[in-house]
Design a protein around this ligand. Structure first.
Ligand SMILES: Nc1ncnc2c1ncn2[C@@H]1O[C@H](COP(=O)(O)OP(=O)(O)O)[C@@H](O)[C@H]1O
Ligand SMILES: [Mg+2]
Length: 303
């Protein structure tokens, strides 16, 4: 049998992948797979020549969404596939999940086509409690910031932030700041081929006074944890819901990360479903690189 060849798609800033994916290369090599890092927008890569292309650290697409999806459509054996990416890249999917009865963060959606004035934005911002402004298409907390309700300066900055995003044609989300994230943190549940693999806990990223991040991503403080029954149950429900929406594509999610934050009552709420380019924290859990490598090999050899 010829050698199985797998490409791990990344971005030009990280041509050798994110360090978190390093153990995956070893685990694939142990299985006799030739795995190479390849930059998604490098015109010289022959995507057709791989048995499977696995998206990893393609983190520079957030303002080139259409180009990114167009690229994904040209890759014949891509995981996760272009339909999944097109759905998952824009956090509007949370609205659908909320309408299906899943617990999501209360969100106000601002549409750039409405051409809202600063005054109109002002009236839409929460009057109580801290809140978060972020674009619907983003990753790594880029262009995301937390504001305090009660200072005129913060309000002015929040309005400018939302207005700048809207003016550049981006859809914007306004959410109450989930205070429990400061106490408990954010939980990420990682699944391979729909099977739960491991859970991680991430510290809150938006300290008070935090302003929109400009870099590729913001450094995260992360540790391995045991997920609670309630978290696992919600993770499974979210995957099931995605399955209902996406049909066959979701039935074949090679990887998925579901991010949860406790609400004020302690029950988990969905912050994000990451089916596009999630860090999977392979370094943080025993056996995770092997489980991911097994899933990749099985997929590469059947497609
Ligand atoms: N409503 C919120 N309450 C508290 N923290 C939030 C909220 N929304 C986002 N954050 C913080 O910002 C980070 C990035 O936001 P997220 O919605 O996960 O977008 P992405 O990871 O795609 O940039 C989260 O990991 C979390 O720390
Ligand atoms: Mg996130």
């Amino acid at each position: 049998m010829p050698t199985t060849r797998v490409a791990l798609a990344t971005c030009s800033v990280l041509p050798d992948l994110d360090p978190d994916d390093a153990p995956l290369l070893g685990a694939l090599a142990d299985r006799g797979v030739e795995a190479v890092a390849a930059v998604w927008d490098d015109p010289d890569v022959d995507w057709d020549s791989f048995d499977l292309v696995v998206i990893r650290s393609t983190w520079d697409y957030s303002q080139r969404r259409d180009e990114y999806i167009a690229w994904a459509k040209t890759v014949p054996r891509l995981a996760n596939d272009a339909d999944v990416l097109a759905w998952n890249i824009d956090k509007y999917y949370l609205k659908t999940l909320g309408e299906m009865g899943l617990p999501i963060v209360r969100t106000l959606w601002l549409d750039p086509d409405r051409h809202l004035t600063s005054q109109a934005i002002h009236t839409r911002l929460p009057a109580h409690g801290d809140y978060v402004i972020k674009p619907t298409v983003s990753a790594g907390a880029r262009d995301t910031a937390r504001y305090q309700e009660n200072t005129a300066k913060a309000r002015g900055e929040a309005i400018l932030h939302a207005r700048d995003l809207l003016r550049s044609g981006r859809h914007v989300m306004v959410q109450p700041y989930l205070n429990q994230i400061d106490v408990v943190g954010e939980t990420g549940l990682i699944f391979f081929e729909g099977k739960f693999s491991h859970a991680v806990r991430k510290n809150a990223m938006l300290t008070r006074g935090h302003r929109p991040t400009q870099g590729l991503y913001q450094e995260e403080v992360m540790r391995s944890i045991e997920a609670t029954e309630a978290e696992l149950a919600l993770g499974e429900r979210a995957l099931q819901a995605a399955h209902e929406i996406l049909g066959e594509s979701a039935a074949s999610l090679l990887y998925a990360r579901i991010d949860l934050v406790p609400g004020d009552d302690g029950d988990p709420i969905l912050l994000e479903l990451e089916f596009t380019e999630p860090t999977l924290f392979l370094n943080k859990a025993q056996g995770a690189p092997d489980r991911f490598a097994d899933a990749i090999v099985a997929r590469a050899q059947t497609k």
